[in-house]
Design a protein around this ligand. Structure first.
Ligand SMILES: [Ca+2]
Length: 497
């Protein structure tokens, strides 16, 4: 079995038939002439071969057991072996061919397989590419966002820069304006300096002339002084004659004075003793004392009308005709006037110094008959004045020694100087004023306070005026608020005196 080079499918089939014939020799030796089917599956194709079993092959095969018996049989066996070997060789070659064929046929399948593999790979690649593209798109979108933000920031920064540059421009303009003004001012200053220099020069010139004039005047004064000296000498000589006359005049005056003193010495001593001595008679007030002929100021004993109650009082026999009963006196601050109701009622202090006569006595006295009131005042500058009321009276203790005043005259104040008529008396322990406060405690003294009113002659006595002393010896309508007076005296006298 040798396949030809230019063998077609038919020759190949023929070869195959021979092959299969020979192959079948060993296995189906006893088979009769029977048709046999051979199926070959190659890929999608299947081939079917129908082969008749040749008879000579049968006979040959049937002869094999007979050959074993003799030497002819051995030669035949050798020939047959040779034939078989050849057949085997042919089969081998044929198998090689078949293999090649199968390989050729397989090539197409491999190509197909490769193509499908390539398709699959391409699809995968496309998928991967699509994924990559979508990722890239996402990244691009993000990048775009970031870019937009960056652009916004940049825009903002640019705007700020622009604003800054605008304000800088404004400042520069202002700076220029200011610089111009400074330059103008400098120019003005230069002009002024020039003027000043001119003026200074003029002044120097004037000063020179003035100095010259001064020198001339000085020489003139020297000359005049010399003349005055001469005149003074002449004057001294003339006045020495006058002084002799004056000395004689003085001596005459001295002798006259000594004569007058010796003449008046007797009666003066007599009146002094009257002042110090209490009078034996009973007097209701100082006016009565005065009328009885006691015209010296001093302490006298008074007796309340219709009673035996005696009260020591100081009588002022000099002021405005004399006969004044003194209710109060202050001039050195030696007595404390911040006292109780009872003390003001009975009186306190020393009659020869500072004192308060006593509300009870004054109340009873002024209810006996009509009295007038006089207040003497003096300040720290040497001025003095007075306030006088034509009618004055105090009600009883039950009415808090309420004051009544009428008919004002005087040089220090006006009708309401002492306060409103009808005010009650208050002390540090008896608040009868019209203030929610306690005026007596605030102004340190007993008085007819209003709320608290324009006067308080019983206030604190400071040494010296002490401006802004609001609790001092106060008389507003003469010295204003805060002024504390130097001395005070309150007198009463009968209206008919
Ligand atoms: Ca009060």
């Amino acid at each position: 079995f040798v396949p030809k080079r230019s063998s077609t499918m038919k020759s190949l089939i023929a070869d195959l038939l021979v092959l299969s014939l020979c192959l079948a020799m060993g296995t189906r030796r006893s088979a009769a002439a029977v048709r046999t089917e051979y199926n070959i599956q190659h890929g999608q194709c299947s081939y079917t071969f129908l082969l008749p079993e040749p008879e000579n092959c049968q006979s040959q095969s049937d002869n094999y057991p007979a050959q074993k018996d003799g030497p002819t049989d051995q030669d035949e066996s050798a020939q047959r072996l040779e034939q078989l070997e050849m057949t085997m060789e042919n089969n081998t070659q044929w198998l090689l061919k078949l293999e090649n064929y199968i390989q050729d046929s397989m090539k197409q399948d491999i190509v197909q397989l490769q193509q499908t593999a390539v398709h699959n790979h391409t699809a995968t690649m496309i998928e991967i590419g699509t994924n990559l593209l979508s990722q890239t798109a996402e990244q691009t979108r993000k990048l775009t966002n970031v870019e937009a933000q960056v652009i916004q920031h940049t825009a903002r920064l640019e705007r700020r820069l622009l604003e800054n540059s605008l304000s800088t421009n404004k400042l520069e303009k202002q700076l220029i304006v200011q610089t111009n003004e400074i330059n103008k001012l400098k120019d003005k200053t230069n002009i002024l300096e020039k003027k000043l220099m001119d003026i200074e020069e003029q002044k120097e010139v004037e000063l020179k002339t003035l100095r010259e004039q001064k020198e001339a005047l000085e020489t003139l004064i020297l000359r005049q002084t010399a003349i005055i000296g001469k005149m003074e000498e002449q004057l001294i000589r003339a006045s020495s004659n006058n002084s002799v006359l004056q000395q004689q005049q003085q001596e005459l005056l001295d002798t006259v004075n000594s004569l007058i003193q010796t003449l008046s010495a007797g009666p003066a001593q007599e009146s002094k003793s009257v002042m110090m001595r209490d009078t034996p008679s009973t007097f209701m007030d100082c006016a009565a004392v005065f009328k009885s002929g006691n015209t010296q100021s001093g302490v006298y004993t008074l007796t309340l009308p219709n009673t035996t109650t005696e009260v020591k009082a100081f009588c002022d026999m000099e002021t405005d005709g004399g006969g004044w009963t003194v209710l109060q006196k202050r001039f050195d601050g030696s007595v404390d006037f911040h006292r109780t109701w009872q003390e003001y009622k009975k009186g306190f202090g020393e009659l020869s110094k500072e004192f308060w006569l006593g509300n009870e006595f004054v109340s009873k006295l002024t209810n006996q008959q009509s009295y007038k009131l006089r207040i003497e005042l003096s300040d720290w500058e040497g001025n003095s004045g007075f306030s006088q009321y034509d009618q004055f009276s105090l009600e009883s203790e039950a009415q808090n020694y309420r004051i009544h005043l009428k008919g004002y005259s005087g040089t220090a104040g006006k009708v309401s100087s002492i306060g409103q008529s009808g005010n009650d008396f208050s002390t540090k322990d008896a608040d009868n004023d019209k203030c929610v406060c306690k005026c007596s405690q605030l102004t340190t003294g007993g008085w007819w306070f209003d709320a608290c009113g324009p006067s308080n002659l019983n206030g604190y006595y400071p040494q010296g005026q002490n401006s802004n002393r609001f609790n001092g010896v106060k008389w507003y309508y003469w010295k204003g608020s805060g002024y504390s007076l130097k001395s005070t005296a309150i007198h009463v006298q009968t209206s008919r005196f």
